[in-house]
Design a protein around this ligand. Structure first.
Ligand SMILES: Nc1ncnc2c1ncn2[C@@H]1O[C@H](COP(=O)(O)OP(=O)(O)OP(=O)(O)O)[C@@H](O)[C@H]1O
Ligand SMILES: [Mg+2]
Length: 402
């Protein structure tokens, strides 16, 4: 008996395919980066202008604004900062260095909140109908990403209804009492909320429906669609422990259903952290290690304002010098990625080993990225940038008092 093996070397073909995918991806990222830069510039503009006016009103004798007015300006700057933080979260989620921060979200409230935005986005020719059950339980998802998902689905619906039509957004309770088989695995038993987006547009052909979720698959003209909408919604849903299904019929319309797990009953203090009292009262000395001078200065000011004493270093080597000569330091608060070779992680290891000082690390990079350079989540407490004063206060307090 003989066994005949016929082979073909497809290495090169695979490489070409990979290159093509990569270059398409780069193009999409280029577009995205352009859009994001634009949004960021606007946000920075808002921040700069508001701060400028606030300073003006504090410095001038004939100040045009009173305290309340000035505080409002600062409030505007805060809001813009928050929006910027949201934007970078989305970007990071997109670049797959996923950094979802799930929280407890009331779906009905979110849908209601989005209605006016959707109305403006979809235009007058599209009627919007909201169809939600009353007692929808809260779900555990990243709120920004869910908003984005609903927006993406609505934009797809708009694209499918160039002559107008109706968009229906629904929210329903779904109880899966046995494993629900899906094409890529089973959904665990449990309670879910189904959010559905239905349009009365042109629908999808079987071929389109088959590929719609693929990243970069689009039937739109170049420049009109990147083909990422549905793949992002799908990716987000999966990462959130949910599932997405598409139903579509040519000439009738499309329904996209997103199934998301209900939040565990444990009290999450009603979702969004509200502004807490962060008055002074902090006690202890903190060594702040941060290479960006402006970030360092404002960090020190925040910590002083919370009542802590501070020392500063611009990199790990200077920090080590300071630590050698000073025994009164209670906490090391260090950036992770810094110049001059030694990272915050190495510094932290050294310090916690030899000195037994508490450590809080911070970075603009998501923890998943940092894990690649050897930080494991359990090693040290970690605060991701940008953080609010409340978050900083809480983290420092927990370490110093705990
Ligand atoms: N509601 C819908 N009705 C009809 N076709 C749809 C609908 N949603 C998606 N599609 C089809 O699926 C394709 C992929 O959708 P997806 O949202 O991933 O990308 P896109 O809308 O083309 O581009 P992007 O969302 O990145 O701007 C679309 O080009 C369209 O052909
Ligand atoms: Mg789309």
């Amino acid at each position: 008996r003989y066994l005949i093996v016929i082979g073909r070397d497809i290495t090169e073909q695979k490489q070409l395919e990979a290159q093509l995918i990569q270059s398409q991806k780069m193009e999409a990222i280029g577009q995205l980066a352009g859009g994001v830069a634009h949004d960021f510039n606007n946000l920075l503009q808002i921040i700069q202008s508001n701060l400028w006016l606030a300073r003006e009103s504090l410095e001038r004798e004939d100040a045009p604004l009173d305290r309340v007015g000035t505080s409002e300006l600062l409030g505007e700057a805060f809001k813009a900062g928050d929006r910027g933080a949201k934007l970078t979260r989305q970007l990071l989620a997109f670049s797959r260095k996923k950094m979802l921060s799930p929280e407890t979200v009331d779906p009905n409230e979110m849908i209601e909140r989005m209605t006016s935005l959707l109305g403006r986005t979809l235009g007058e020719d599209i009627e919007i109908e909201i169809f939600v059950e009353d007692d929808i339980p809260p779900i555990h998802v990243d709120a920004g990403n869910l908003e984005n998902a609903i927006l993406n689905l609505a934009l797809n619906a708009k694209g499918a209804m160039p002559k107008g039509g109706k968009l229906t957004i629904g929210a329903f309770k779904r109880n899966l009492d046995r494993e629900l088989a899906t094409e890529d695995g089973a959904m665990p038993v449990g309670e879910y909320v189904e959010i559905s987006v239905t349009d009365t547009g042109g629908g999808m052909s079987a071929e389109t429906l088959d590929r719609a979720i693929e990243p970069f698959f689009t039937t739109k003209d170049v420049g009109d669609g990147s083909g990422l909408g549905l793949s992002m919604v799908y990716g987000f849903t999966k990462q959130s422990g949910g599932h997405m299904t598409l139903q579509s019929e040519v000439g009738k319309g499309t329904t996209v259903k997103v199934l998301l797990p209900v939040a565990e009953a444990k009290a999450d203090a009603g979702g969004e952290k509200q502004k807490e009292a962060v008055a002074g009262g902090g006690r202890g000395t903190i060594l702040v290690v941060e290479d960006d001078m402006d970030v360092r200065r404002i960090t020190v000011m925040l910590l002083n304002n919370l009542g802590y004493d501070t020392l500063e270093a611009e990199d790990a080597l200077s920090a080590i010098e300071i630590l050698k000569n000073d025994d009164g330091i209670d906490l090391l608060f260090s950036d992770v990625v810094m110049p001059r070779g030694i990272t915050g992680i190495e510094l932290a290891r050294e310090v916690s080993r030899t000195k037994g000082i508490k450590v809080l690390l911070t970075s603009g990079y998501p923890i998943a990225e940092l894990e690649k350079s050897g930080l494991s989540e359990s090693d040290f407490r970690f605060l991701k940038k940008p953080y609010t004063t409340e978050e900083l206060s809480r983290a420092v307090k927990a370490l110093l008092e705990g």
